[in-house]
Design a protein around this ligand. Structure first.
Ligand SMILES: C[S@@+](CC[C@H](N)C(=O)[O-])C[C@H]1O[C@@H](n2cnc3c(N)ncnc32)[C@H](O)[C@@H]1O
Length: 425
């Protein structure tokens, strides 16, 4: 594809993302699946243009409002190019390039670029929520939580995320996995906290390589690995992964248990649970079964107090994953948060039934919001006084606080929360 062809495709894709309520990566996956003629390199170039806009969407919107111009995909991309250092003339040329390119910039569009040609992305009059690329309603919450660290936390939240791998100790060890990756010209280094983690130096394609396909490594953010560690599941135990989805944490838990004992991966979504089948097979996990939670399910009653460990990796706002899903920030509403908080409490109330006396319940989210973290576990323990908090099972460097609280700024991981609670009777 020519650069103009890539630009035209980026305009189309951004238009679809802006008009759709689904996450941008779901829209992009569908876009590329239905355009097989777009090769890998072009796909990366188009995604990079679009994600450049998504990361700075509020800034760009503020400048377009300043010029009283519409928020069109063309102008958003042109403005992003301008603030990345291109001149209005160079941008106009990119819009002028033949059959597969976009239609040329119109006079009104050119006027916007010329008016802003001496400006930078930032402006002192921008409201704080615009500067931090977050919705207005969430700013007071985050300010109350982070105080003077807010700017650093939000800046880290707007950087692209690294790609982390978890070495599958059922099949290899960290040194051998590093060698297998090196044979594929993939450079990685051990993660700072997870004893199982590797961080790839650049964002490289991993899923087509031998190391991934043979199940030596799995893609998993370091923070997510630490949640599995916090569960402290030992070989021979009975473990329930109550919101298992496609089994990301189930895989890590099974590995920690050395494939001994039994894990039940539960979820209300059949397609998600089915997504775990291939991954469990590839990883060589033999001690996990899947259980679809259905309304009126008798299984929960039959399994009451029979599990040593129960993980509730609850559905949440995903505010901790904003580095990967920058578009999610502006789609998140206060009502979403309120509805999720109710759901999280309901799930905890159901899942706790499975925990045997002396057993541990771990509540985790990929959110940085206290409403769905500490507030949730404190309210849970007030409703269920037979549960009390336990200090964290975590690598040395993370011990010392009761709960696990990870953030991109402080730990270089996605934002995660985990609290461990033990049942007395
Ligand atoms: C954060 S995701 C889980 C991710 C997964 N544990 C992993 O590591 O890949 C939350 C999951 O909760 C599931 N879920 C939603 N409502 C639920 C409920 N009432 N009971 C159990 N699971 C539920 C969703 O289908 C989703 O798969």
């Amino acid at each position: 594809m020519t650069p103009a062809g890539q630009l035209a495709a980026a305009i189309d894709l951004l238009g679809l993302i802006e008009a759709d309520s689904r996450p941008a990566d779901a829209v992009a996956n569908h876009f590329f699946r239905t355009r097989r003629f777009i090769g890998g390199g072009d796909r990366r170039a188009i995604s990079s243009l679009v994600w450049g806009v998504l990361r700075t969407r509020r800034h760009l919107g503020w400048w377009l409002d300043y010029c009283r111009a519409p928020h069109t995909p063309r102008l958003l991309l042109a403005l992003q190019a301008l603030f990345s250092g291109q001149t209005p003339n160079k941008i106009a040329t990119a819009f002028l390039s033949g059959r597969y390119g976009p239609t040329p910039l119109e006079a009104a569009e050119m006027t916007v670029l010329e008016k802003l040609s001496t400006r930078t992305l930032e402006h002192p009059d921008m409201p704080e929520a615009v500067k931090f690329e977050i919705p207005d309603w969430i700013l007071p919450k985050l300010r109350a939580q982070y105080g003077s660290a807010l700017a650093a936390e939000m800046q880290a939240m707007n950087e692209p995320a690294p790609l982390d791998l978890r070495v599958n100790l059922l099949k290899t060890d960290r040194e051998s996995a590093l060698r297998a990756l090196a044979a594929e010209r993939l450079t990685a280094e051990p993660t700072a906290y997870s004893p199982w983690g590797l961080r790839l130096r650049n964002r490289q394609t991993i899923t087509t390589g031998k190391a991934f396909q043979e199940g030596l490594v799995e893609i998993q953010d370091e923070g997510s690995q630490l949640i599995a560690l916090a569960l402290d599941a030992q070989p021979g135990m009975r473990v329930a992964d109550f919101c298992a989805g496609a089994g990301g944490k189930t895989l890590a838990i099974a590995m920690g248990m050395g494939n001994k004992g039994h894990i039940v991966a539960c979820d209300v979504s059949e397609p998600r649970l089915e997504g775990a089948i291939k991954r469990l097979r590839r990883a060589g996990v033999h001690n996990a079964e899947r259980h679809l939670l259905e309304p009126g399910d008798k299984w929960l009653k039959r399994q009451e107090k029979k599990f040593d460990r129960v993980l509730v990796d609850a559905p949440c706002t995903g505010t901790g994953t904003w580095r990967r899903n920058p578009d999610a920030r502006l789609r998140l509403t206060e009502q979403d948060l309120a509805e999720l908080a109710v759901k999280q409490a309901e799930i905890l109330d159901r899942a706790q039934k499975l925990v045997k006396p002396g057993g541990k319940l771990v509540y985790a989210t990929c959110s940085v919001l206290q409403d769905e973290n500490e507030a949730q576990t404190e309210a849970f323990m007030a409703r269920h006084p037979d549960f009390t908090p336990l200090p964290l099972e975590a690598p040395e460097a993370l011990r010392g606080s009761l709960n696990l609280r990870l953030s991109p700024a402080q730990h270089g991981t996605d934002g995660f929360f985990a609290a461990v609670m033990v049942r007395a009777r």
